[in-house]
Design a binder for this molecule. Sequence first.
Ligand code: PAF
Length: 284
Amino acid sequence: MTTILRHPKEVREFSAALKRQGKTLALVPTMGFLHDGHVSLMREAKKRADSVATTIFVNPTQFGPNEDLSVYPRDFEGDVKKCESAGVDVVYAPAPDDVYGHGFQTYVKVEQVSQGLCGDKRPGHFRGVATIVTKLFALFRTDIALFGEKDFQQLQVIKRLNLDLDLGVDVIGMPTIREADGLAMSSRNKYLSPEERIKALTIFRAMNEAKHSVANGQLRANILIPQAVATLEQAGFKVDYVEIRDSTELQALTVVVPNVTARIFVAAYMGKTRLIDNLEISAG
Ligand code: PAF
């Protein structure tokens, strides 16, 4: 049976009761409209802690003024059923005013790792993510938190703030869950028309082409990136960025050197829908 909590005070009581019982907690923060990627995080959380909490909160501070906050897909009842079947103990679904109360003025900004990629394309996005995640970590006093690697830069931002602010949470990144044809699962896939949905899997194809090129000895970013851009544009994508960066500091790489874990990062618009994805393409 999943309990729904609406107010921070209820979460504090839930967390304090767990601590009194000596039980561990794993947190899966989400913005709802849950898919199998989220469910796999919940199932993994279940294996790693005595109790699992999921948050469902479309966080307004991580959306830019021209982004999709007002139309972001929602299905609270469906989400709760999915949480229940994944064995989640608690769903926290607060109202925005209970998260950002009157006079709210404290934000968390992670410097370097928030720069570039989505940080440049979506100004303020990672400040919003870092702020809500810090608040959730503080509120739940969680032992573990799980996030998907699809939002790879977000994961690095969260790992960094957890370290820098001594929050002591075991932050776990889990591999991206994909549809059978390779499209990364995302709540935003719902925006795609059937025709766009077919074209959308070109992101996975373009990233895999880069991976195969690296395996065949082509290590130069100035060759690999234009190849991926061309593949995406041919399929009708408007490319926001394609970049190759290392997997920890997210520094841009001009060459995919052995012993450095390299990833290709893609953000591109299919029609009005902005999709992101990434794939490890390390050499050797
Ligand atoms: O990845 C998401 O769904 C969100 O960015 C997160 C981590 C739940 C913060 O709102």
